[in-house]
Design a protein around this ligand. Structure first.
Ligand SMILES: NC(=O)c1ccc[n+]([C@@H]2O[C@H](COP(=O)([O-])OP(=O)(O)OC[C@H]3O[C@@H](n4cnc5c(N)ncnc54)[C@H](OP(=O)(O)O)[C@@H]3O)[C@@H](O)[C@H]2O)c1
Length: 270
């Protein structure tokens, strides 16, 4: 297949999109969506083999250019190296998707994994937004996606630490929407419910029939997320997840935290 003609999306957010965590799951779907809209891709993840497979599929299906960078973004040095490795590219769309999501009681979690969760979900994202955001503002155009979660809307048992990092990302996006939009850069936090990705399946969830929406397909979440760029600072992809979030947020805070925590405990049989 040949490269797509330049779309409005590509004019606004092209020519290159960097996808942190772009080798599988939602990140691979976001990369495919960006390619469908005419962008070339930089994929970043740890596993060289998965990166190469995904890059090959994207080149075959979309005719786009794909650069792969194998890096562990929990390392500050790796993030600094990433900036060097992309210095020759105009990154118009930054998709901050990679995350760690430890599940279980906070006090029983490994403290080092908790540090890595902040390093990846918060610090690496903050550094990438700072670096590429400055370049976008200088060009007066661009887009930044921070992958948050419905978990960002309330403190929740078993995912307390993860949810707190996702709240950081959502609140950061809301503030940056205000700061950067007048300078031509759109910032968005996407807050999906469960998504049927390999990482989600590896957590072996029991899906309760109440409270939590059914897992969404990564392609649907990716499409609805990129459709929402420029329309506001926060999107909840998938209609049932939006409805669940609306109903939950009508409840008093104490009840909301109790019900969502009960749903999460049921999901992980705890
Ligand atoms: N799945 C869900 O139910 C769900 C729900 C709401 C929000 N989200 C959010 O959606 C995003 C994507 O989730 P996901 O389920 O697709 O899986 P994920 O495990 O969060 O992300 C997978 C991608 O990130 C890469 N990655 C993981 N750790 C990395 C690191 N230290 N450095 C660089 N890359 C790293 C993985 O490749 P390597 O392993 O090879 O590094 C892979 O490409 C996350 O931000 C997640 O919090 C997910």
């Amino acid at each position: 297949m040949t490269a797509s003609p330049q779309t409005d999306f590509a004019r606004r957010y092209g020519p290159w999109s960097l996808v942190a965590g772009g080798s599988e799951g939602l990140g691979a779907s976001l990369a495919a969506q960006a390619a469908t809209r005419g962008l070339d891709l930089v994929l970043v993840a740890r596993s060289r083999q998965r990166l190469d497979e995904t890059a090959r599929n994207l080149r075959d299906q979309h005719g786009c250019q794909v650069r792969t960078i194998a890096a562990d973004l929990t390392s500050r040095q790796a993030v600094a190296d990433l900036f060097q490795q992309t210095a020759d590219l105009e990154i118009g769309l930054l998709l901050c998707n990679a995350a760690l999501a430890p599940i279980g009681p906070f006090l029983e979690q490994d403290a080092e994994i908790q540090d890595q969760t902040v390093a990846l979900n918060c610090l690496a994202t903050q550094a990438m937004v700072h670096h590429y955001g400055n370049e976008m503002v200088a060009r007066r155009r661009g887009g930044i996606l921070l992958m948050s979660s419905m978990a960002s809307f309330q403190g929740t048992a078993l995912v307390a630490h993860y949810a707190a990092t996702k709240a950081y990302l959502r609140v950061l996006a809301e503030g940056l929407w205000q700061e950067l939009r007048p300078m031509g850069v759109d910032v968005l936090a996407s807050c999906p419910g469960p998504i049927d990705t390999p990482a989600f399946r590896r957590t072996k969830p029991h899906l309760p029939l109440w409270l939590l929406p059914r897992p969404a397909s990564p392609d649907l979440v990716a499409r609805q997320t990129l459709d929402a760029l420029g329309r506001g600072p926060v999107v909840i992809p998938q209609a049932t997840a939006r409805l669940t979030a609306r109903i939950t947020r009508l409840l008093p805070g104490r009840l909301q935290r109790h019900m969502v925590s009960a749903g999460t405990k049921a999901m992980y049989n705890s």
